[in-house]
Design a protein around this ligand. Sequence first.
Ligand code: MYR
Length: 281
Amino acid sequence: MKTVVVTDSTAYIPEEQLEELNIHVVPLAVTFGQESYRELYDISTKEFYDKVRTSDELPKTSQPSIGDVLNKYEELSKEYDAIISIHLSSGISGTYQAAVSAGQSVDNVKVYPYDSEISCMAQGFYALRAAEMANEGTAPEDIIKELNEIKENMRAYFMVDDLSHLARGGRLSGAQAMVGSLLQVKPLLHFEDKKIVPFEKIRTSKKAFKRMEQLLKETSDGSEKVKACIIHAQREEIAQNWKEELEQKYPNVEFVISYFGPVIGTHLGEGGIGLCWYKVS
Ligand code: MYR
């Protein structure tokens, strides 16, 4: 049984790793007025944030069509028997549903759509592990089992500079009164039941960094092996300094840095920063 992994562009997996592990990507897109750009192919993250600063139009995002996903599956069906297709949370995008529909239409390959219930490098962690297992010849059902175990242990928290992007794009859930009162502060956000909701009302970004660290510490007591990722929107230096600080304190945690690319950046705005991690079982 030959299995291959597909994910979408919002996992923001570095291109070398995509190539090395043979992970295929279906892109989402950002649109400024009439101009549409597919992530990974038509616009870089830097170009995107530069364009946001200079454009009169606010960007919008779009999921891949069922046809786009189907084309990718058909191409892969010539070589593979099974596809594990891992996508951003179905609570914030229709991409997973497009994968489900395309999977029902393709012949000669069995598709296992997987809702990561999250996005960005947290989703990337699922795709990387799935691809390692697929490349070792593990059966798709066993890969899905492992992904579900990772899900039990996955944590992600993030903050944004300006909550209005999330509110405008309709991707901020939770009690409306709470959401309204949060527009003036820097709440920590997380995913609950596939949706983005406020986790805690925190007034300053300094306290939010401390709180994310404390949450990491609570789930990694030194004896466990943990994989973690700092994710940022154009805050490379802050992310790098934070990584060095955390690495000193938590030697059992393997940290990498990733970014909020164009599609996620449309909804979070520049300056967001987050931390995600899971215990490796
Ligand atoms: C679409 O148009 O289908 C894409 C919608 C993407 C919404 C993104 C909302 C922000 C997600 C933040 C993820 C943080 C993960 C640590």
